[in-house]
Every structure is written in C-alpha cells, then in structure tokens.
Write a protein that binds this ligand. Structure first.
Ligand code: GLU
Length: 295
C-alpha cells in the first residue's frame, strides 16, 4: 500500500484545537507517516453558523506549531458547494434521495403516533413520512433532502482499533439528511464526497465519530465510491468524565511548549512519553505506531 496511502485530518473550525482534537490529528499524521503516505488537512466549514471566524487559520497555525503540516493545499468545504450539488442530483435521479417537508415537530408527532419515540443521541429516528412510496411531500413544501436507505441498511465494518462493528441504520438513524432545511450541506454527504475526491484510503479520527461510519459507507455504496479503512482513536475525557469538546469548555491547547502538548496527546494513543525534540518524538512515535494499530 505504501505510496498510495492517503490520510487526512478534517477539523470543523468551531473553535481552536483542544487536547482531544490534537490526539486525532497526531494519530492521523503518525498513521500516514508510518505507512509512507500523504497527510492532508481539510477544513470542514460547511456548517457556517457553527464556525468561528479565524478558528480555521488558528487550527492550521496550531498544527504547524506541532510540526503537523498538510502535504497538499488545504481543502475548504465551504468552497465545494457546487460539487455537493453535482453529487446530489444523480442521487435524486436514481431514487437514493428525496425531498422532505417535515419539521422537527412533525417528526416527533409522527414518532409519538407510532407509539414510542425511538431516540439515539437525542436524534429522533426519521419515520420515513416523506418517502416517495408513502406519497412524498403531499403538498408540503420541500425543506430538506434525505438519503433513502436501501432495504438492507445493516452495515458491518471492521475498525482497526475497535474491531468488528455493526449498525442497522434503518432502526438507529433512519433516512438521514443530505441537505438541510437551511440550505446547508450535511456533514455526511460532504465528508464522503471529499474523502473520495481527495483519494483518502485511511480515515483516522476520534471515537465520537464512530457512529457515523455506517451512514458514510451506505452513501459511498450509493455513489459508487470506495470505502476507506477506518480507525477511531480513544477520546480524551474531561474532569467531569465526559468527552472533552469545545462544547463542554475544553481549554484551548497551551502550545507554548509543543513537545509537552504532543506528549500529552500521545498518552491516550498508548505511545511512550518523549522528552526529546518535537521532530525526534514524531519520528520515534512513527516507528512505534506501526505496531500499535497495524493496517
Ligand atoms: N469535521 C469533523 C469534526 O471536526 C470530523 C470529520 C471526520 O474526521 O470525519 O468533528
């Protein structure tokens, strides 16, 4: 595989890097280097209302301070709307996507009418109200575009760290959104199209994203795109035992001492502490990494 390996780090610029996101960045960089491959950075700024002005530039500077620099020009999702639309059109034509006129309230009401509101991560499983075979929009204006799950939506895949995974997307998620009611592109569509456009062979990202993988594999199949190998890295927990995130007040990284920040990020990855220079630490970990979670 060697020279063909292409990995990436794809932060959403909703704030500066924090200790948790540096773990994913370091892991994806080490994996690319250990395989003799390329490491790319993609700024996932499709969700404009959640993006913080200047955060993307800050993230890129923070990464560079840690010696992590994209091998190719950075890709910005906000500049790729036309590509996303070009991919949605054939999905619609081939019956893989349909317009949905349901508001959140409509979905909750439909779920309640069915007895129980099945929820996963506080997201209601879409009951398929606007599916074409159920009569479609029935006069409602189109709000969003949804992916029409295939009849068999149970996906099995093997994570390089977590092992075999199975998710029945029909019962756990339902027909998910590709283009939102506010006109913004959904993460699932953008990430799948961009991983393919950038020729990504290996995705290494935080474990909080594991749950999205089955949806992404279904989309890849519908679009005729290859499925990369996946490795989800351990999460860094905050003092309250919850995943460290910008939302629960993770402190921005102190990069006045990048070797220290990298050493802290290396711990959850099972890598030994290195007090050497940044370049030596990265070179050493790259060697150790190959035996940690082989491809
Ligand atoms: N942009 C996503 C995030 O920052 C990561 C997407 C991915 O790695 O697939 O949570």
């Amino acid at each position: 595989m060697g020279a063909t390996y292409r990995g990436r780090f794809a932060p959403s610029p909703t704030g500066p890097l924090h200790a948790g996101s540096l773990v994913a960045a370091l892991a994806s960089w080490l994996d690319a280097r250990a395989h003799g491959g390329s490491w790319l950075v993609r700024i996932e700024d499709v969700d404009a209302p959640r993006c913080v002005p200047g955060a993307a530039e800050l993230i890129l500077r923070q990464l560079a301070t840690c010696g992590l620099v994209s091998d190719e020009p950075v890709v910005w999702q906000s500049q790729r709307s036309d590509r996303y639309q070009q991919a949605l059109n054939p999905l619609i034509e081939q019956g893989h996507a349909y317009p949905c006129g349901c508001s959140r309230k409509d979905i909750e009401a439909a779920l309640q009418a069915h007895g129980a509101s099945r929820e996963r991560h506080h997201i209601a499983v879409y009951p398929g109200t606007c599916r074409p075979e159920r009569g479609g929009l029935q006069g409602k204006p189109a709000r969003a575009w949804r992916f029409q799950l295939p009849d068999l939506a149970e996906v099995t895949w093997t994570d390089r760290r977590l092992g075999p995974q199975t998710q029945d997307v029909a019962t756990e998620v339902g027909d998910f959104i590709l283009k939102r009611a506010d006109g913004l592109w959904a993460y699932q569509l953008a990430v799948v199209l961009d991983d393919a456009a950038q020729g990504i062979t290996h995705v290494v990202r935080g474990e909080d994203l594991t749950d999205n993988t089955a949806r992404q594999i279904l989309l890849q199949r519908a679009l005729g795109l290859p499925t990369p190998a996946y490795l989800h890295t351990p999460l860094v927990l905050g003092a309250n035992g919850e995943k460290l995130s910008k939302q629960n007040g993770a402190q921005p990284l102190d990069l006045s001492d990048p070797v220290r920040a990298l050493n802290t990020a290396a711990l959850p990855l099972g890598l030994p502490r290195r007090t050497a220079s940044m370049a030596q630490a990265l070179a050493h970990w790259t060697q150790v990494w190959a035996n940690t979670w082989p491809a």
